[in-house]
Design a protein. Structure first.
Length: 307
């Protein structure tokens, strides 16, 4: 991780923790997102994605660790960040009696140099329901309105929480094109999504989190080229500096090789152990059946059980 505040990053989290009573939502989570890129945050329900996003948006305080958004503290520097950050949340925060066009125009007047409202109306097809109250809109229509509100201020950084949720295929493609256009304009995008094809198409960098910790991160190509099922947490063998392998009082090893099935919970615990002791955790995993998809990677790391 680069030094805090560097111009390389739009988002920096280092050792961030957050608990709600006995529930540990974030466990020493560290993550960086480059400026001008699309960073996708993937994780099952309850993984900690919403907590992570809300801390970055200044809606919650972290219990510990470093949080920087565009080099600034999201709570202490909220007034400075607010004009520079757009936030799209899932079906929340929209006044139910307002009409979309009136609401969008109202929000645009809060910014010094807003994006043209008519442009967003045309781009996202808001005109068809511009005068219908928010409470009567479908889920997909609310999503399109929420996206327009997030973008009307011409943000340097935009947080998109499930932007394609409830959208039909045509609207989804429009949203994807819009996100790609934002990146082309140098806007940084933090994208939380459950759609693997969305992340695979749009993301420059992907972070998969679960149980409040980052399980894996990298480009889609990096994540899919060498991911499978790791092997035996019991009786690990140690690889010595000379390359020999033994179990009786070996010299200080360069690596500990674990073999056998590794559950998602155990994978998270191992990542936390490595983090606590300053170790680098590398999984050398066997591929089965050829190239894997981002969904294969996600399921291997987080499991297949419903939550």
């Amino acid at each position: 991780m680069l030094a805090p505040g560097t111009d390389h990053w739009c988002l920096e989290l280092d050792g961030v923790t957050k608990s709600f009573g006995d529930t540990h939502a974030l466990r020493s989570l560290s993550l960086s997102a480059r400026r001008g890129a699309v960073t996708a945050i993937l994780g099952p329900n309850g993984a900690g994605k919403t907590t992570l996003m809300e801390i970055c948006e200044g809606l919650q305080n972290a219990d510990g660790g470093l949080v920087r958004v565009l080099g600034l503290d999201p709570r202490r520097d909220a007034a400075e960040l607010r004009p520079r950050v757009g936030v799209m949340v899932q079906d929340g925060g929209l006044p139910i009696m307002a009409r979309p066009l009136e609401l969008l125009r109202h929000v645009s007047r809060m910014y010094a140099a807003p994006r043209a409202v008519d442009e967003l109306v045309d781009l996202l097809g808001l005109d068809a329901f511009a005068r219908t109250s928010v409470r009567r809109l479908s889920g997909g229509q609310r999503q399109r309105l929420a996206l327009a509100i997030a973008l009307v201020g011409r943000p340097d950084l935009v947080f998109l929480d499930e932007p394609s949720a409830g959208l039909d295929p045509q609207a989804r493609l429009v949203v994807w094109d819009l996100i790609e256009a934002l990146r082309a304009d140098g806007v940084s995008v933090i994208l939380s999504t459950h759609l693997m094809d969305e992340a695979a198409r749009l993301a420059d960098h992907v972070a998969i989190i679960d149980h409040g910790a980052v399980l894996a991160q990298g480009t889609v190509a990096e994540l899919t080229e060498s991911v499978g099922v790791p092997a035996a947490m019991s009786a690990p063998s140690l690889e010595a500096p000379d390359g020999s392998v033994g179990s009786a009082a070996p010299p200080t090893p360069h690596a500990a090789r674990l073999s056998g099935p590794l559950t998602p919970a155990a994978r998270t615990a191992l990542a936390q152990l490595a983090e606590a002791h300053g170790l680098t955790l590398e999984l050398e995993l066997e591929l089965e059946g050829g190239a894997r998809t981002l969904e294969d990677v996600f399921l291997d790391l987080t499991g297949r059980s419903l939550r």
